[in-house]
Design a protein around this ligand. Structure first.
Ligand code: T1G
Length: 697
């Protein structure tokens, strides 16, 4: 008997119990254990009904993703589900936690389903570049109809038990929290009422109504916009369409064909790498799991600007009171108005209720004095990028804040150690770099100073989880991980335009790769003045930062979306970037001034110079220990800059391309262009020499 799936009888109910932490994933042991336990139940003459229930935090949460890419070990899940569905005794699935993917498919292979009201169900395979491959695309439409099935399967979104009941996915919902006793009671009622085996495959009324429906083409058209560049969502539509147009067994065959196509797609590899990487980053190298955490029950924020206001919302969203300090009342008032507008927009979209708007606003207070911070547990400074101002602020915080308070800066590039040197408590100083818009972007780049204590590192990583961010702990250098690589890409993009490319050509290469927006559209969104100020700061501190045509834009007050003109121009009420001949003229004049005669530049050169310079810098970041693992860099770029998750992140993508390809190009550009940015990373050279990849680190 398998130790992860057991069988026992309670009265006339044969109970099949899965106990395979952490989420009862359908690994080989579980699949074979389910078959063995079912066989026992069918042989048990005393058992009139069988009940499938799971121990631990959740019902089966899906296939065991760790098995993907490895040879499939029989029995496959579809085979297991066939045996369950064709059993001659009713089988009841009792759902708690999250029945997801193969977990929900297992429940659909049973004859009846009960769920705790707190449970959720879903088919999130599409988020892994897959589709439900164990009958989900064939059975779910038979319960919900094609439209709802398409919605669930192409978005991967979870559905709560009450809605699942309305949709017919579950037969009953129990308000309690004891799934075993609720399951037993429901199974006994099935036996008492003599309810028959009811195979989902035989339910045809919903799919009959979908015959000839144009819902499939409707979803394909929607996906052309929403799922640009993705592979599996379109295969999901094909699979659900097969449920409506083919007999069940042929539909299952079609589902299998389509599932294998998705499994073989490089997008599956990228998305699964992203799934695990998002979880791995919270396990910080060298930080003991039991590092004590400091309480963070109150937060202070300096600056009520776009960043400060957005940061404040993250804490109010999870019930943590926030005090924002500004220098002038009108700045505070303006900041609060923006916060309220953001909440009211979310309420209009149905994401939160109007009561929640007020609840959250009530958690955010304002002050003009740092005395308001004297009892807070964490202060986050979010003023603009000027070291002298930040050091002055941290000197004042040091004097006002209680011992043990964490003093954080939202700086996006500046030296955390230098900021910490303005205090007597460098061990309590850390970077917490939020990404704009801070109430939306999921990445939180936590930056350790050389003296930041383990407690503070562990606490800010726990804070990231608490405020539903993906926290990555990185080292202290100019630009940390994300912006250090972004600045290299930005410099190459500007140089490419100097040399003959147009901004829109560069941006299209990046959006074709899968970024949500290109380099220059992003500059217009962030504000041309932001980059200009940073370049001026670096020039003033003696760095050799070449002049660029973008400096001319800033000097002519073309600051981007906020002035309706930057690299592109914008029409009233629209964020759509429109190429502007005036900018072409500025670029042409700049080239003339610099004595540059423009040349045609290929998309391939743009891709290599923008992307490989980043990968080379990422390798240097790993060499210097600023990032612990290549997957940390991948997560920073996926969640901070919209790098397409289906490509797994820049370092995963580099591994797929082959590091020798990257190195050859880097060496070519080092010869042609020179510059520190093209100096090949020693780590990159070593990995190529050893025939290894970033994943081997
Ligand atoms: N396989 C293996 N490990 C998994 C796993 C899975 N499906 N899901 C989670 N884990 C691990 C995770 O790596 C972490 O491990 C621990 O469980 C806790 O996860 C045939 C082919 C269930 C909502 O996509 O959405 O079924 O770090 O930190 O925030 O059609 O995990 O502790 O070592 O995320 O409470 C479909 C994916 C698979 C569900 C829990 N199923 N999982 O969230 O905890 S494909 C999914 C989740 C499939 C079939 C197809 C979440 C969760 P460690 P966690 P959580």
């Amino acid at each position: 008997m398998s130790e992860v799936v057991t069988y026992n009888r309670e009265g006339t109910v044969g109970v099949i119990t899965v106990d395979y932490p952490p989420v009862n994933a359908l690994g080989h042991a579980v699949r074979s254990g389910l078959l063995a336990a079912l066989e026992q139940g069918l042989k048990d003459s005393e058992a009139k009904v069988l009940l499938l229930v799971c121990e631990g935090r959740t019902f089966i949460a899906g296939a065991d993703i760790r098995e993907f890419g490895k040879p499939i070990q029989e029995p496959s899940l579809p085979e297991v589900m066939n045996v369950f569905e064709n059993s001659d005794k009713p089988v009841v699935a009792a759902i708690h936690g999250t029945a997801l993917g193969g977990g929900l498919e297992t429940a659909l292979g049973c004859h009846y389903r009960i769920a705790l009201s707190s449970a959720k169900v879903g088919l999130p395979e599409v988020k892994l570049g897959l589709l439900p491959g164990a009958g989900g695309t064939q059975r779910l439409p038979r319960l919900t109809g094609a439209r709802k099935a398409l919605e669930m399967i192409t978005t991967g979104e979870f559905v709560g038990a009450p809605e699942a009941l309305k949709l017919g996915i579950v037969d009953t919902v129990d308000e309690g929290d004891d799934i075993k006793s609720a399951g037993l009671a429901f199974a006994n009622s099935i036996a008492d009422e003599g309810k028959p085996v009811r195979r989902v495959r035989d339910l045809t009324d919903k799919i009959a109504a979908d015959q000839g429906s144009d819902v499939f083409d409707e979803f394909r058209a929607q996906l052309e916009k929403k799922a640009r560049g993705l592979f599996s969502p379109f295969k999901c539509v094909d699979a659900v369409e097969a449920a409506v147009t083919l007999p069940f067994d042929e539909g299952m065959k079609r589902e299998r064909e389509l599932f294998v196509q998705c499994m073989d797609s490089p997008q599956r590899g990228g998305l699964i790498h992203s799934f695990f990487a998002e979880r791995e980053v919270s396990k910080v190298k060298g930080l003991a799991k039991d590092t004590p955490l400091r309480d963070v029950n109150s937060v202070g924020i300096i600056g009520a600007g776009t960043m400060g206001g957005g940061i404040a919302m993250n804490f109010a969203n999870v019930g943590i009171p926030v005090t924002i300090v500004e220098v002038k009342q009108e700045a505070l008032d303006k900041g609060f108005a923006i916060i309220r507008k953001n909440y009211e927009n979310s309420a209009k979209k149905g994401r939160i209720t109007t009561e929640q708007v007020e609840e959250r606003m009530a958690l955010i207070s304002g002050s003009l004095s740092y005395d308001a911070f004297k009892d807070v547990d964490l202060v986050i400074e979010a003023v603009f990028e000027n070291m002298a101002i930040k050091k002055e602020i941290f000197g004042q915080l040091d004097a006002v804040c209680k011992p043990g308070a964490i003093l954080a800066s939202n700086t996006s590039t500046l030296d955390i150690d230098e900021i910490a040197s303005a205090t007597k408590r460098p061990e309590d100083v850390v970077g917490m770099h939020f990404f704009s818009p801070a109430n939306v972007m999921k990445l939180l780049e936590n930056v350790r100073g050389s003296k930041t204590s383990d407690e503070v590192k562990a606490t800010v990583m726990a804070v990231a989880k608490k405020i539903k961010k993906v926290g990555v702990l990185v080292g202290n250098c100019y630009g940390f991980v994300g912006n250090r690589m972004l600045h290299k890409r930005g410099a190459e993009a500007m140089a490419l335009v100097n040399e003959g490319a147009t901004p829109q050509q560069v941006d299209k290469v990046l959006t074709d790769l899968g970024y949500p927006m290109g380099q220059f559209a992003m500059s217009d969104l962030a504000g041309i003045d932001v980059g200009y100020r940073i370049r001026q700061e670096r020039r003033n501190s003696g760095e050799d930062v070449p002049l660029s045509w973008m400096d001319k834009l800033a000097e002519q007050d073309r600051l981007g979306q906020k002035t309706m003109a930057g690299v592109y121009r914008y029409e009233e009420g629209s964020r759509k970037p429109i190429p502007d001949p005036a900018v072409d003229a500025i670029i042409a004049d700049f080239r003339k001034e610099q004595g540059i005669s423009p040349r045609d530049i290929t998309d391939q050169e743009i891709l290599e110079r923008c992307m490989f310079v980043m990968i080379n810098e990422g390798a240097k970041i790993l060499e210097e220990g600023v990032a612990d693992r290549a997957l940390d860099i991948d997560v920073v770029w996926i969640f901070g800059y919209g790098f397409p998750a289906y490509r797994g992140g820049p370092m995963f993508w580099a591994d797929q391309l082959g590091l020798d390809t990257i190195l050859n190009a880097v060496e070519k550009y080092h010869d042609d262009i020179g510059g520190d940015q093209w100096k090949p990373s020693a780590l990159l050279k070593r990995l190529v020499a050893e025939g290894k990849s970033f994943a081997d680190l």
